[in-house]
Design a protein around this ligand. Structure first.
Ligand code: TRP
Ligand code: SF4
Length: 334
């Protein structure tokens, strides 16, 4: 039986953090054998909010791909490409925009949140809902439909967009009396969200993230900033791992079962100081990411090979998208 196509993208935010790694990338890596995977850098989507800040865009895009490759996304199995290199996606976006009612996108709750966040970040500027940002879910639909995506791994925040994609698929098939497109299914990530060192959502703009590509010293320093049990004053006070919001949570994610138990036991007994505890945690994280970081180092010294991989992926994705678009032009008679 032929494998189903799986499509997913990430905006070009630059170097990725451990939240991306745990929440998205490991998931992508594990799906590579079961599906025909198309993984792309959504650089057009990045422009929907960062259109006036593009100085680092090219570097950001390559940094994302470096993190993917170092983390085990395998170009022999998966197709890796830049969205903006597949012009068929833009063509499909135009065609889909013709059949998408305004109110479908206007009521998209994730879009509303994005606008709210933008407004909060920059109170003085006249941020408004640009036409391109309004089209965010339509562009996402074009990403998926052009590549015939059946499965779309996303986080919960993206479900609203994907619901619009399913609506657009039905409307397209209905209007043009065709069964060209299938409704794509979301595949929710099961892994719990990794918090930032300050206990807030991990994110680049919050300065609370640990990057996949951070060196060991930087990682250790950031781990030392992790929030611990706030009720604890001295190191021989009995601690509460459950109330240790960030540090113990990281243990649960990155350490082995035995270590987690030891930490829990010693902490409760007041036999473990938080500083030592976090020093050990930093070591564990550094050990886990050492091979990935080394691979990333090697890849960045051989950057032309990385560009070749992307070029190869662009070609494959373009061929697949062109097949779809030929059928689309036919059913529309354009
Ligand atoms: N909007 C997604 C995000 O921010 C990225 C994305 C763009 C995407 N196009 C997509 C994800 C198509 C899945 C399928 O995470
Ligand atoms: Fe958290 Fe470790 Fe401190 Fe216990 S000893 S509160 S687990 S950092």
């Amino acid at each position: 039986m032929e494998k189903m196509n799986l499509v997913s993208g990430m905006r070009s935010t630059g170097k990725l953090h451990l939240g991306h790694y745990m929440g998205v990338i490991t998931n992508w890596v594990n799906l590579q054998d079961e599906y025909n995977c198309f993984y792309f850098v959504a650089d057009w989507h990045a422009l929907t909010t960062k259109y006036d800040n593009t100085q680092t865009l090219r570097q950001d895009k390559i940094d994302v791909v470096l993190d993917w490759l170092a983390s085990g996304i395998n170009p022999e199995k998966s197709t890796i490409y830049f969205q903006s290199k597949i012009l068929q996606i833009a063509e499909l976006h135009v065609l889909l925009s013709m059949i998408t009612p305004n109110n479908w996108v206007e009521r998209d709750p994730t879009l509303k949140d994005m606008v709210k966040i933008l407004k909060n970040k920059d109170e003085d500027s006249n941020i408004q809902l640009n036409y391109g940002l309004l089209g965010y879910p339509i562009l996402m639909s074009a990403d998926i439909m052009a590549l015939n995506g059946a499965i779309v791994p996303v986080g919960v925040d993206q479900l609203a967009h994907l619901e619009i994609t399913r609506d657009i698929v039905r409307r397209f098939n209905n209007i043009y009396k065709t069964d060209l497109f299938n409704e794509p299914k979301p595949k929710l990530t099961q892994i719990p969200l990794l918090m930032g060192v300050d206990g807030q959502k991990m994110g680049k703009s919050y300065h609370n993230d640990i990057k996949i590509s951070d060196d060991e010293e930087t990682t250790s320093k950031k781990v030392m900033q992790c929030i611990t049990d706030r009720t604890r004053a001295r190191k021989d006070d009995p601690g509460h791992p459950d109330g240790c919001e960030v540090a113990f949570n990281y243990y649960k994610i990155f350490a082995d079962e035995q270590t987690i138990q030891n930490v829990e036991c010693e902490c409760r007994a007041g036999r473990r100081g938080c500083a030592d505890c976090k020093r050990q945690l930093g070591k564990i994280i550094n050990e886990k990411f050492a091979p990935i970081r080394q691979k990333r180092e090697e890849l960045s010294k051989d950057i032309n090979t990385v560009y070749d991989i992307i070029e190869e992926g662009n070609k494959k994705a373009r061929t697949e998208a062109e097949k779809t678009l030929q059928k689309v032009r036919d059913v529309i008679n354009i």
